[in-house]
Every structure is written in C-alpha cells, then in structure tokens.
Write a protein that binds this ligand. Structure first.
Ligand code: ADP
Length: 697
C-alpha cells in the first residue's frame, strides 16, 4: 500500500506536475471536456450509422443456394443467413465437394452454433470440425465487380474458399485439440465474381470453446460499402474505448486528489475495465493490431472484465449512496473472486460454461441494485434520480446483450452504447460531488484550524501576556524607575518570544488539521544529510560546541538509499531538535549528527540521530517531551543559557515525522546527554529508481 502511495506520489509530483506544467484542475477540466466530446461524437456516430446503405435482413439461403439476382450490391448488402450445406466431422476442400456432388447433403441454418444440432438421431457437441458450403446466385451485372465478404469471428478457427480459391485462414483448422489452433478475428475479404454463381466453402474447427461453428452473420456486399462500414465500426469501438478510458483516468485523478473519495476510485476501475472491452469485442481491434494475440488471453480478459465489474460497480454504488448492506458486498466480492480464479487457472473450455451461471448473478446484481437505488431516490440523495434513469438504460442494454449471447436475439451489441452514456453521466455526477465535497472539506478544515489556534492562543499566550502587562504596569506606575530599562528589555524579549510562539502555534494547528502541503520527492539520504550538516555545523561551532557528523553503512548494492519525503519539512523537524541540543548543552559540550540504516528483509529505515552530551532528560519526562507545551526548565547550576522555549518544537517535529510515516523518539539516562532519533521508511528498489528520475538527477 505504501509503495502504491509512493508511486502515486511520483506520478503526481514528478510526472503530472513537472512534465505538464498545468494544474490538476485544468487537467481535470481537459479530461471532462474530452469525454464529453467523445460522447457527442459517439452519439452522432450512432445517429449516422443507420443512414449508411441498408442491409437486407430477410433474404435466406434455401438448401444451400442463395438467390441474389435481384440484389443491387451498390445499394444494399446481404446477410448470408439461411440453410448452408453442412458436413460434420469432415474437412472438405472445394475439390472434394465437387467430386461428391450428387450426394444429398445435410443443411444447417446459419448463423447458429452447431451445438445441439440434430445429427443422425443425436445432438452435436461443441467440439468437432465441419465444412459449410453455400452457392450465391448473383445478377450478371455484378460479374467482375469488386465485392467483399465480411467474416465475423468464428469459433474458433476457419478457412474460407471463394470459387475454389483459398482466401482466408484464421487460426488453424484441425481434427483434434492439438492440431487445431484457435484464433478470433474479423476479416474483410475482397473478391471479383467470375460468373453469376459464387461458391463459398468454409471449414471450421472448434476444440477450445463451449460453442462451435458460425455464430455470427457473414455479410456480402459492395467492397467500398463494406470497407466503409467496417471502418466505421472500428472507429466506433475505438471511440468507445477512448471515452471509457478518459472517464476512468478522470475519476482516478479525482481520487488521487481526494483519497477519501472511494466512489471515484471504484468508478475509475470500473470504467478502465470496460475501456478494454470494446477492443476485444465487435471488430476485435486487438487481433487487428496484434494478429498473434494469444487467443486464451483474449478470452480470459473478456471474461474477467465481465466477472469482476459487477463487484466494482457495487462498491462504487456503496460509496456513492451508502445504500447497500456490507454482507451483499462481501457476497458480490466473493463471487467475483471465485469466478475470476476459475477463469485465471482453467482453460476456456472449463470456465466458459460458468458464464451461464454468472449471467444469473448479474441479473441478481441488477435487481438488488435497482431496489437499493430506489431507496436512494426515495431518500432524495444527491444525484440519485439521474443515476436511476441512466442505470435503467444501461441495465436494459446489458440484458439485450445477454439475449444476443444466448442467440435469442440477433441484433448488434448494445451494452457499449449503454455504458458510454452511463459512465459519462456518472463522471459528471462524481465531479459535481467532488467539487462540493472539496469546498466543504476545505471550509471545515479551516474552521477547525481556526478553533484550534484560538484555543491554543487563549491557553498558551495568557500567561506570558500577563507577565508583560505586569512589567508595563510597573513602568507606568514607576515602581522602580531605575529599572525601567530592564523591564522594557524584558517586554521586548517576551514580544519576540510571543511572536515566535504564535508562528509555531499557527503552524502546528495547520499541521494537525492537514492544511500544510508536503511536497514529497525521493531523497538520497546521504546527500541530504551531508547538505544539512554543512548548514548547521557552523552554527553549532559558533555556540562554542564541538560538532561531528557520522554517516555509516549507507550503500545498498552500490546504490544510495532513498526516503520519500519533503526536504524542507524534514529539515524543519531536524532543526528543532538541533536547536534544542544547542540550548541544553553547556559550552564545551558536543553535538553529533549521525545517519545509519536499519534494513530488514522487506523494508528498511533511515535513522537520523542527534546526540548531545548536555543536561539530559530524566526518563519520566522522556515520553512527554513530544507533547505540545511540555517544557522543563533545568535547575542545574552549570547551566546558564536562556532556555525559555515554546514547548512546541518537538510537537511540530513529531507531526512532520508522522506525516512521513516515520517515528521519532528520544533516549537519555537523565544524567548526561540525550539522543533524538528520527526514523524514516526507505523506498523499495523500484521506487528508488523512479524517484531518481523524478528527482531530475
Ligand atoms: P522547547 O521550545 O521548550 O524547547 P520542545 O518541544 O522543543 O520545546 O522541547 C520540549 C522539552 O524537551 C524542552 O523544554 C526540554 O526540557 C526537553 N528537551 C528537548 N531537547 C532536549 C535536549 N537535547 N536535552 C535536554 N532536554 C531537552
């Protein structure tokens, strides 16, 4: 977790802020604007899509022959559905088929998986291989024209011949699990018919998935039209992915800025997961770009996105409206975990049937979620109504997709559109919440800080003010006129002291209410301490003390060791400790600064210690000195310095060290000398390197 924070710190401070000299706010606005632009482009894309040349959906092949003489391909494309010749457990080439012409073939209605297809009295399993054939009768005017066939993804490998010529091979068709190699890809195949009859032969093999065969529409049309259509679909998918990605990035940014905002974090994860989906679905951009993308991984990612997203969504909803019971979240998380583990550790053949069960779980999620949302609406929670409207819309699109998956419905994928609209609305909802929360939080912190400061002032400044008033009155009343000069000097000194005290108090109250920003970066501790020492060495010597620096054991495998910290603040803590050492060590004494490392297996700490041989601190006081206002006035005769402090120095140092997730403590025998330790967590290997780069070295 700490490493994560380090990484975010690096990204935020060093990458975002340094590389792009823009504020996170303007970045947020930029992302919001981009998402909205994408959304509009997307919606207008949806509007234009139906205007493209129409697709004939009613024609069907009969007994392996498709009568298309009346179709003008320049105007319309055709879905090659209907009865295709079907040769089960046979991989036949066009030549084989020609040789066996005359035998009465069997027919299968496409698109449909061959699972359950009746064959010699039994029904077919998912595993197997087969050859499909159809004859297309086209109008003579199309002979020699440039036509195209759009091949959808086919489960799970195929070869396509057009008029006896092999045009496409996706994956490797084989007769068993070992010889067949699955691959999912869409293809656009251009060809020119030589006469008015075109023969399509497709060999398909499936041994890796629960459904085999041609489950999606093959489309025939004019090459230009189909190319345009495919490009359109590809851009649509890309745009969908980009929109979801931007939405995800935006919400992540909201979360980085306000760690409490868990709703944004979960929504970011949810959107980023769904940003991957359009690349694996529809036009299968992933295999377009990487034709050798491993099939198993492709399917795994697709399933994982599906299996984990209901849980992330529920978490999001939980943090948004607090309307879900914890136990439901635990159940949802467990289900997501169990199903994902199955996907991760087993092959597709085993996990893909779990999808049917998971569909049911999704429906349960949706029902439960709608009930909870309904409660939120009734309670008039902010944004609940808008959430309700877009959710119902998105939920409907998921249900439609489930229908499509089960082959109950034959229309294009809907859920992506639903999701885009849904996520963009959520983005606006979350950013409004963010702005409001931020404003009220800032106000609350300021308010709290003011209250604290006020209480500190009344508590801490009353006594010194009373003393000052006493001196001033003494001067006024001429109690001891010859001492006026001395009284005034006291008053002056007290004023200086008060001034410092107020500064410290104000800083401490800001620290305690998290109003002080820390600019963290990777610090090479050795270099840092050396640099610090150069500044303080002289000061120590001027006070009449001996000074010494000891740095030991600071290299790890030849690399310097790093701490993630704010250099100025750490210096502030150290300077408080060093100035104490100066105050409480009589002249002739010495002050030593040392840097060492403690390394365990997993992590380690940098230890800075300030050692003096001054008056020491008796053990009963040791645990209190880091409290606010705890100060002891030494009554030792050999101690002459003015030691009146504010009692805040160590409290401030402790706050600073706490913010670095470090520790601060002191050791002393109460007789001679004390040692103050500051221990700061070291960064791990990885972050050291990143930090080094971020450091600009
Ligand atoms: P102050 O402003 O009074 O120094 P601090 O919070 O810095 O307040 O320290 C609290 C008390 O701890 C001091 O008043 C002093 O009694 C004790 N103390 C701190 N550092 C030392 C030290 N090096 N040697 C002896 N006593 C110390």
């Amino acid at each position: 977790m700490q490493e994560f924070r380090h990484l975010w710190g690096i990204i935020r401070e060093d990458v975002l802020v340094r590389c792009f000299p823009i504020t996170t706010r303007s970045l947020r606005n930029f992302l919001l604007l981009s998402a909205i632009t994408c959304l509009f482009t997307f919606i207008s894309g949806c509007g234009i899509a139906p205007l493209e040349k129409s697709t004939r959906r009613d024609d069907k092949a009969e007994k392996g022959v498709f009568q298309l003489e009346h179709v003008d391909f320049a105007e319309q494309s055709v879905l090659l559905q209907g009865e295709w010749e079907f040769y089960w457990q046979q991989l036949l080439s066009p030549a084989d088929l020609q040789a066996s012409d005359g035998d009465a073939p069997l027919y299968i209605t496409l698109p449909h998986s061959w699972n359950g297809y009746m064959w010699h009295g039994g029904s077919l399993p998912s595993d197997g291989y087969a050859t499909f054939r159809v004859l297309l009768r086209i109008g003579e005017e199309h002979i020699g024209e440039s036509l195209a066939i759009r091949m959808p993804e086919i489960n799970n490998s195929y070869k396509l011949w057009i008029d006896g010529e092999l045009f496409v091979e996706v994956g490797q068709v084989g007769t068993n699990k070992h010889s067949a190699e699955p691959n999912l890809a869409t293809r656009l195949v251009e060809f020119q018919p030589h006469n008015d009859q075109v023969e399509l032969v497709i060999q398909v093999a499936n041994f890796h998935y629960t459904r085999g065969g041609i489950t999606k529409h093959i489309e025939l049309g004019d090459s230009k039209t189909l190319t345009a259509k495919t490009n359109m679909k590809t851009s649509f998918d890309l745009l969908a992915s980009a929109t979801l990605f931007i939405v995800g990035a935006y919400n992540l940014l909201l979360y980085i800025q306000r760690r409490k905002d868990m709703a944004s974090l979960y929504f970011a994860i949810f959107s980023l997961l769904w940003a991957v989906r359009p690349l694996l679905d529809g036009e299968l951009i992933v295999t377009k770009v990487f034709p050798d993308f491993p099939w198993e991984l492709q399917i795994k990612v697709e399933y994982l996105v599906f299996y984990v997203s209901p849980y992330f969504f529920m978490m999001y909803f939980y943090y948004l409206f607090k309307e879900l019971s914890r136990s439901i979240l635990v159940i949802s998380g467990t289900l997501a975990g169990v199903f994902s583990l199955i996907v991760i550790f087993f092959p597709a053949k085993i996990y893909s049937p779990t999808f049917s069960i998971f569909q049911f779980i999704i429906v349960l999620h949706i029902v439960y979620f709608i009930l909870a949302l309904n409660r939120a609406v009734k309670k008039r929670k902010q944004g609940a109504v808008v959430f309700m409207i877009v959710s119902i819309f998105a939920a409907a699109t998921i249900v439609v997709d489930i229908f499509i998956y089960n082959e109950w419905l034959m229309i294009g994928r809907m859920s992506i559109l639903g999701f885009i609209i849904f996520t963009c609305t959520q983005m606006v909802l979350l950013s409004t919440r963010f702005a409001k929360a931020l404003a009220s939080e800032e106000k609350a912190a300021q308010e709290e800080g003011r209250k604290k400061l006020l209480s500190y002032i009344t508590h801490d400044l009353r006594a010194p003010l009373a003393t000052m008033m006493g001196y001033v009155e003494a001067v006024q009343d001429r109690v001891n006129p010859e001492k006026n000069e001395v009284y005034l000097k006291y008053v002056y000194e007290k004023t200086v002291w008060l001034n410092r005290m107020i500064e410290d108090l104000s800083f401490l109250s800001q620290l305690e209410t998290s109003q002080v920003t820390f600019t963290m970066r990777a610090l090479d501790m050795e270099a840092y301490v050396q640099e610090m020492w150069q500044k303080y060495e002289l000061v120590i010597q001027e006070t009449g003390l001996h000074s010494e620096l000891a740095v030991s054991n600071v290299i790890d495998d030849g690399c310097p060791l790093y701490v993630w910290g704010d250099p100025l603040r750490i210096e502030q803590a150290l300077s408080n400790i060093i100035s104490n050492a100066l105050k409480f060590t009589p002249p002739g004494g010495k002050v030593l600064l040392s840097l060492t490392y403690r390394k365990n297996k997993g992590d380690g700490h940098a230890m800075i210690s300030v050692i003096d041989n001054g008056i020491g601190i008796s053990p009963e006081h040791l645990e209190h000195i880091f409290e606010r206002n705890y100060r002891l006035y030494p009554d030792r005769a050999d101690f002459v310095q003015d030691t009146a402090g504010s009692g805040l120095g160590l409290a401030i140092a402790k706050e600073i060290v706490d913010r670095h997730e470090g520790e601060i403590w002191a050791e002393s025998d109460g007789i001679e000398g004390s040692v103050f330790f500051i221990s700061l967590p070291l960064m791990t290997e990885q972050f050291k390197k990143d930090g080094e780069m971020g450091d600009g070295k």
